[in-house]
Design a protein around this ligand. Sequence first.
Ligand code: AMP
Ligand code: TRP
Length: 328
Amino acid sequence: MAKSRILSGIQPTNILHIGNYVGALQQWVTLQQTHDAFFCIVDLHAITVKQDPKQLHDNIRQLAAMYIAAGIDPKQSTIFVQSRVSAHAELGWVLNTLAKVSDLERMTQFKDKSAQHHENINVGLFDYPVLMAADILLYQPEIVPVGDDQSQHVELTRTLAQRFNKQFGDVFHVPKLQLRKEGARIMALDDPTKKMSKSAGSNANYIALTDSADVIRKKIRRAVTDSGSQVVFDPKRAGLYNLLTLYRIFSGMTEAAIEKKFAGAKYGDFKADLAEVIITALSPLQERYAALIKDEKHIEAILDDGAKRAQAVAEVTLKKVYDAVGLG
Ligand code: AMP
Ligand code: TRP
């Protein structure tokens, strides 16, 4: 039987942080073993906020290297760049004719990003979720593994697929959202009421996957907690809870084992240990990344191959769409 398919993507903007790793990449690595996996580098999404062209170009290769360093196997999974498969923009256009302005006005990411980039609220930023729906629907995936902040966009994707099928006949498989049970929303270190974000103003917000051991120690030491003293899992103590969640994920230990280990310990002791756990977990990834990023030809070959594989699947769906709509 054919494996069921998954598709996901990340924007090639800035460097990835442990929220992206936990919420997205780590679950991709697990899922690729049992699914036919497509992982996209969504560069057309990236340009909805101002990018330096040279930097963007470099970021695309860096993100591909990070996918592989994190454990995505390019032989098993398809890694590709969105703009190199033209069907994404083409299907995006068709879906634009089904998406309502009122659907897009509800999107919280649009509201957040418009506040953040108030000098550049462009139509692409508004339309961003429709292009994301095209990214997904072209590959007819069963599930879309993302972090919690993308739930609303996946829901819109489902709505657009159903709307299309109702109007033009069954073309799209309606995909499901896949979130991790824990770690679907890692919070900012400097403000545990907000999600960890690479576009945050301060780099105290996140731990980048490429941060050195010393930087990681410093950022964890300074992470906002509370005035309590006991190291226990309590969702109401948001800062500590976030750090404990990171401890759980990066150490693989259970809640009970962690609470036992730190019974009677101070926050400072726990934080020092957490930093070491993260450093140890990231170090193989960092070594692989450092080696990969030097080999530009190798990365380009993987992306060329990925584009061909993605194109072959995407064009079949696009043809069905065009035929159904009367454009074929
Ligand atoms: P982005 O950085 O917005 O391109 O996000 C890439 C992927 O990482 C998406 O699947 C997001 O849902 C996920 N992600 C981003 N920030 C976080 C976070 N703070 N916690 C968990 N997942 C996240
Ligand atoms: N919108 C996603 C984000 O900001 C990135 C993305 C674009 C995506 N296309 C996708 C994620 C398709 C999953 C599937 O993180």
